[in-house]
Design a protein around this ligand. Structure first.
Ligand SMILES: Cc1ncc(COP(=O)(O)O)c(C=O)c1O
Length: 428
């Protein structure tokens, strides 16, 4: 058995970490260890000044001229090209727009139409039972609309359930509860082998680990701006369509920004070529500018090894957390529901904590360690979870060590029993 690391060892890892300077890009409150960047990323130092500039200069002085002079109209494509570099997409293939839910509606609609045109009679949308609810709700609505069925499989049964009745496979690459990283290459290939299309939600993978949409030959993807991309609360999301599909279908939210020539004000809708048709209404220049600052914090890692280097550090952090919890919280039985095998783990670790999870997390937050709580359904298969995200741009090895120290203290002292035992929804 290897000897567990001490705090001094962790400090030495930080001192030797070539990615450590990236932390200086962020404003992090004193006395807080933030392990929730998988829910809401932290504030980049550049964002307040940039947002102020957009508001005071571009809006306040430039007024409507700024759509051209400040390039507001190009923001969805310009930021889209930057995000594309993080997820293995080409230039001009991805746009920043709307929310993840709305973008999922667009691409799932397109995938259903294309899959059923190619294979009439297909009725199944296949997803993961513990996929994030909004993904399931959007799929349920489209299933009703198109006379289809949403079939849900357990995480480990998805591959086997990809049979030739499936029209579309829709999966979140990293499961929001367990942090399980699905094999995008293998699942997409299996979907294609039965004539189905593969739609990927990258909410917990874009900016967290290397993603290669082109290499995986995926069909469509959406992702979130406010988690690992640090775009701020309610930040615009993004949408990608493989170029072989992008111009094939009129996505249903046919707003004027997706028109081939919006400023001709034609009576009739004529979709733009390519991914631009996946835009709908006017983009928020303020929110887009904040998103761009967030995306830039990830691109700053490119000279230091980019997403591959960030991935290596994220796994080192989550591996350290798992080992420390096992060593120092063993008496309290907090089994990890996240894959022990690093290659199957996203950038988070979830610990099963049935019954008292909410109170434990509240007590931890009171000590300045911010993770989050995710309620289960009470069954052993889906327990209440303490969820910890490891964002390598700004999380240090000592933060992980200190977070486990706080967790052990909360459990050893029993102070969690004083925390408000009110399992109200944690908004993230
Ligand atoms: C997998 C996944 N998809 C989508 C969302 C949220 O979508 P939206 O930004 O539309 O609320 C989340 C939020 O946590 C998520 O985890």
């Amino acid at each position: 058995m290897t000897t567990p690391l001490t705090r001094t060892d962790c400090a030495a890892l930080d001192a030797a970490d070539p990615l450590a300077p990236l932390r200086d890009q962020f404003t992090l409150p004193e006395g807080v260890i933030y392990l929730d960047g998988n829910s809401l990323g932290v504030l980049p130092k550049a964002t307040p000044a940039r947002v102020a500039e957009v508001v005071q200069q571009e809006w306040g002085v430039g007024l409507i001229r700024s759509w051209n002079t400040a390039g507001w109209i190009d923001l969805p494509a310009r930021i889209g090209d930057k995000i594309a570099r993080l997820v293995g997409a080409g230039r001009g293939e991805l746009v920043a727009a709307d929310s993840t839910s709305i973008n999922l509606f667009k691409v799932l609609s397109a995938a259903i139409a294309i899959a059923r045109e190619d294979n009439p009679g297909r009725r199944v949308i296949l997803s993961e039972r513990s996929n994030f609810p909004t993904d399931l709700y959007i799929a349920q609505s489209l299933a009703r609309q198109h006379g289809m069925e949403l079939v849900l499989a357990a995480s480990e049964e998805i591959a086997a359930r990809i049979t030739n009745d499936v029209a579309v496979l829709m999966i979140t690459q990293v499961n929001y509860r367990t942090g399980l990283l699905h094999d995008m290459v293998a699942l997409t290939a299996k979907a294609h082998a039965v004539g189905a299309l593969a739609v990927w939600d990258l909410a917990h993978s874009a900016g967290a680990l290397p993603v290669d949409l082109t290499g995986a030959d995926a069909d469509f993807a959406v992702g979130c701006g406010y988690k690992y991309l640090n775009g701020g609360p309610g930040s615009p999301a993004f949408v990608w369509a493989h170029p072989r599909h992008a111009s094939r279908f009129w996505q249903p939210l046919s707003g004027w920004m997706g028109h081939a020539a919006p400023f001709t004000f034609d009576t009739d809708y004529r979709p733009a070529e390519g991914i631009s048709r996946y835009l709908c209404g006017t983009p928020s220049a303020v929110a887009m500018s904040a998103l761009e600052c967030g995306v830039d914090t990830l691109l700053a890692a490119e000279p230091l090894g980019g997403m591959a280097a960030l991935r290596a550090k994220s796994l080192a952090l989550s591996g350290l957390f798992l080992a420390q919890v096992q060593e120092r919280c063993a008496a309290h039985g907090l089994p990890s529901v996240s894959p022990a095998e690093a290659s199957r783990r996203g950038s988070q670790v979830s610990l099963a904590c049935p019954g008292r999870g909410y109170a434990v997390m509240q007590a931890l937050i009171a000590r300045g360690v911010i993770g989050d709580f995710r309620a289960g359904d009470g069954s052993p298969q889906e327990p209440d979870l303490l969820r910890f995200g490891f964002t390598p741009l700004y999380t240090r090895y000592v933060d992980v060590f200190d977070a486990v120290t706080a967790l052990a203290a909360v459990l050893d002292s029993g102070e969690w029993q004083q925390a408000r035992f009110n399992q109200k929804a944690a908004v993230t």
